[in-house]
Design a protein around this ligand. Structure first.
Ligand code: MN
Ligand code: MN
Length: 316
């Protein structure tokens, strides 16, 4: 199991160093995501005939500026990466269901570097507070403290920073990106659950020049089978059942996006699966208009006496 996540982590590092070779303003997000996802398939040795064995763990997030998470282009989207964009590149690799979830923020304009540095520092603060027996609610206060003690200057104006509290780090389990426990990004005293040895977590923090709260926006792209409440034994029409079987076969309980459903008909049946609560939608999450959000994320393993930062590389 640890061997598998480590293989996934090495592939994650290789894919992100590959991204740094070519990413630049002017590129379409659709092309950026395509290249990233092709590379993950290539390096994992993704096999169409055995689609759950190894490959992409979830849709490639390229959420920009005040969008904090869960945005990837839908089919036909022609949006282009701009020079002034603060883009969170969040992608995942899995080997036999063991997921590496890790993200960095990309920007061409160096004026945002201080914001990126604080995001990195906050994520490492969360990691430092993590460990066997660590109380999850307390990790959130450490993260919030680092972020909210800072302010940044953009174009001569000073902005206080807020830690987005509505998005959390999360426990990861095999084929389950959001397993039982969460890692808050703000002080959360009532949450006294602890980390335990053997568990995997994604630690991800989101400093923002906005309000520190996110709201779901339009153009949802991310979906996942409702494994938390159960998605089986529901009454479904024939075509919906067929789509459910396709999702189970191709993705199981891993997340997917509309770009990967090759036709419009499927999108229509997907809507029905969402209505029946078989599939859950994860819309893009936005802080207030005009704000900027950065993110860094690592997957860690909790050992008896140490925490291993699996996705750590020379870049972050
Ligand atoms: Mn992520
Ligand atoms: Mn995550």
């Amino acid at each position: 199991m640890l061997e598998k996540v480590k293989e996934g982590a090495e592939i994650h590092r290789q894919v992100r160093s590959y991204i740094r070779e070519w990413i630049q303003p002017g590129m379409k997000f659709t092309d950026i995501c395509q290249r990233i996802e092709d590379k993950i398939r290539e390096l994992t040795g993704f096999d169409e005939k055995d689609p759950l064995k190894r490959g992409i763990a979830f849709p490639t997030g390229v959420s920009v500026n005040n969008c904090a998470a869960h945005w990837t282009p839908n089919p036909g989207d022609n949006t282009v990466l701009e020079y002034d964009d603060v883009c969170k590149i969040d992608f995942g690799v899995h080997i036999d269901g063991w997921i590496i979830d890790s993200a960095f923020t990309y920007t061409s304009n160096p004026k945002f570097d201080p914001l990126l540095e604080i995001a990195k520092e906050a994520t490492y603060t969360g990691i430092k507070a993590a460990g066997s027996d660590a109380i999850l609610g307390e990790i959130g206060s450490d993260i919030q403290e680092v972020i909210e003690a800072a302010e940044i200057e953009l174009d001569g104006k000073t902005y206080p920073l807020k830690s987005i509290g509505d998005i959390c780090g999360h426990q990861i389990d095999r084929f389950k990106i959001h397993a039982g426990k969460a890692v808050p990004n703000i002080k959360f005293e009532e949450y006294t659950e602890r980390m335990l040895p053997g568990e995997f977590y994604a630690i991800e923090t989101f400093p923002s020049t906005g309000e520190g709260h996110v709201k779901p926006g339009p153009d949802c792209s991310h979906y996942m089978l409702n494994y938390k409440e159960g998605y089986k034994d529901k009454f479904l029409a024939k075509n919906e059942k067929k789509l459910l079987e396709t999702i189970e076969k191709d993705r199981g309980t891993l997340a997917f996006c509309l770009r990967w459903l090759e036709n419009k008909k499927k999108t229509k049946f997907l809507r029905k699966l969402i209505k029946s609560n078989v599939v859950v939608s994860y819309p893009p999450l936005y802080d207030i208009r005009g704000s900027y959000v950065a993110q860094f994320e690592h997957t860690i393993h909790i050992g008896e006496n140490k925490v291993e930062i699996l996705s750590k590389g020379e870049d972050y």
